[in-house]
Design a protein around this ligand. Structure first.
Ligand SMILES: CC(C)(COP(=O)(O)OP(=O)(O)OC[C@H]1O[C@@H](n2cnc3c(N)ncnc32)[C@H](O)[C@@H]1OP(=O)(O)O)[C@@H](O)C(=O)NCCC(=O)NCCS
Length: 140
């Protein structure tokens, strides 16, 4: 999932269109996250939902970060996905510098199992990043 703001309204619209089309085709599940009052908090998704190794992702707006929504959200998505999809394992990827993000994967592994695969360098927004990759076992 993208880790920064889109450059333009056009690219945002393109993202929304692609997300809706992919969700309709069953290739992904793109969900909008709101609080109880319906205010927007962020996005979460299952990518490659029609494969044996879907990827779980999330993005929270700045004012929603650091309040525990991330873990709550990914745990709920993981439970939904494990009950509704036939998978070997889930992939979860996080920037090494984004401690809050990879802590979520480590909490899930501690509770339900899985493994840390390692760091893989990737070019993101023009800069090389180390991406920590995890494989999460489906909940049994
Ligand atoms: C990264 C993100 C998903 C984390 O969600 P969050 O709700 O802000 O996460 P939290 O602040 O609850 O942190 C998650 C855990 O990491 C821990 N943590 C966070 N930052 C930490 C740090 N610098 N050092 C040690 N632990 C840290 C928290 O204490 C928490 O653990 P706990 O539940 O045991 O208390 C969210 O901030 C986000 O969407 N950020 C911007 C977009 C982004 O980076 N998306 C990519 C995600 S792959």
């Amino acid at each position: 999932m993208s880790r920064g703001p889109n450059e333009s309204l056009e690219s945002t619209n393109e993202f929304v269109e692609k997300s809706l089309a992919g969700t309709k085709r069953g290739e992904k599940a793109q969900l909008v996250v709101t609080d109880r009052d319906g205010d927007f908090l962020g996005l979460t998704s299952v990518e490659r939902a029609n494969t044996k190794t879907p990827e779980l992702g999330l993005w929270l707006k700045e004012s929603a970060q650091g309040q525990g929504f991330g873990p709550e959200l990914i745990f709920a998505l993981y439970k939904w996905a494990t009950e509704n999809l036939d998978v070997d394992y889930f992939v979860y990827r996080a920037d090494k510098e984004n401690v809050g993000s990879w802590k979520i994967a480590e909490k899930l592994i501690a509770e339900y199992g899985g493994e840390y695969i390692g760091e893989i360098p990737e070019i993101l927004r023009g800069r090389e990043r180390l991406i920590k990759t995890y494989h999460l076992s489906p909940k049994t």
